[in-house]
Design a protein around this ligand. Structure first.
Ligand code: ASP
Length: 291
């Protein structure tokens, strides 16, 4: 995250927090809270989710999202969708209204449209900043003969975890994936247990970072399992980052919350924007590691 984007990221995560809190403070479900928080960040062009996402190699936005409910283990995911402004809304429809768990590409868009989600054009999701970023990256890669895939410079996925008054937790993650990814490439974000997981008996977790290593380690579930074994989310979040680094030289960040309201935030990247609120206090930041 470059210096000149720090404020925009902080502003974005605080807005998302406010939207989620609005639901929780009125006794609403954690599932609604994470959905609304993620919608706010998908609508914010600062982040790599919804409009303003990184572009794939062909200059198109291709989005992935997952939402999961800790009380029931119901989940809904979409992958490689190109005509949804808010893929998390479609994911929620899948969770609530389909016997299936995961839809991809045109099938996901068709399901969403049939369930009242308005489709957009892919061009509506593409912004000039990202056209320029892709052009610069591809030009630079051609000049230096680099691998035409940029995992180390493109992480801005959004995620939320929440605990409601009934003691239920939920998680949601949404992303445009990595800059210059191959069309059809699916990352960790929308895969159950990789970029997102929620189980009242363990934890809710959402990850960001280089998707391929995170997928191989099934990192969100790995972290939740450590919490189920009796460790604090704070410790599990930091351990997940250590494991990611040591096992596969991966990088990223994670937010983790259990049904007792204990939480952890950790990243092994220089920065990750986060915001959290409990009945006692509200905090947000960019550079804090495990807490
Ligand atoms: N994890 C995402 C992916 O690999 C990217 C990110 O977190 O920004 O698709």
């Amino acid at each position: 995250m470059p210096d000149d984007m720090v404020e925009a990221h902080l502003h974005g995560v605080r807005n998302a927090l406010a939207a989620g809190w609005q639901i929780l403070q009125h006794g609403g479900p954690a599932l609604d809270a994470v959905e609304e928080s993620v919608v706010v960040m998908e609508d914010d062009e600062t982040f790599d989710a919804g409009r303003g996402s990184f572009l794939n190699r062909d200059g198109r936005v291709q989005l992935d999202a997952l939402i999961m409910e800790g009380a029931t283990l119901r989940a809904g995911g979409v992958g490689c969708v190109e005509r949804l402004r808010n893929p998390v809304r479609a994911a929620r429809k899948i969770l609530s209204e389909s016997p299936h768990v995961y839809f991809v590409a045109e099938g996901a868009e068709k399901f969403a449209a049939e369930h009242g989600v308005v489709l957009c054009k892919n061009a509506d999701l593409v912004i000039p900043r990202e056209v320029e970023r892709l052009r610069e990256y591809q030009q630079e890669a051609a000049r230096h003969g680099n691998d035409l895939f940029a995992p180390s410079i493109s992480h801005d996925t959004v995620g939320a975890v929440a605990l409601d008054r009934d003691g239920n937790i939920a998680a949601a993650t949404s992303t445009g994936g990595t800059l210059n990814k191959a069309p059809g490439r699916l990352g960790d974000s929308s895969l159950i247990g990789c970029g997102c997981y929620a189980d009242n008996l363990s934890a809710a977790a959402s990850t960001t970072g280089w998707g391929e290593p995170i997928m191989k380690l099934v990192l969100a579930k790995w972290t939740a399992d450590r919490v189920a074994a009796g460790n604090l989310p704070e410790w599990a979040a930091q351990e997940a980052m250590n494991y990611l680094k040591q096992r596969l030289n991966g990088h990223g960040g994670i937010i983790v919350l259990n049904a007792q309201g204990q939480f952890g935030i950790a990243h092994n990247t220089p920065r990750m924007a986060w915001a959290c609120k409990t009945v006692r206090k509200e905090e947000s930041g960019i550079e804090r590691g495990a807490m």
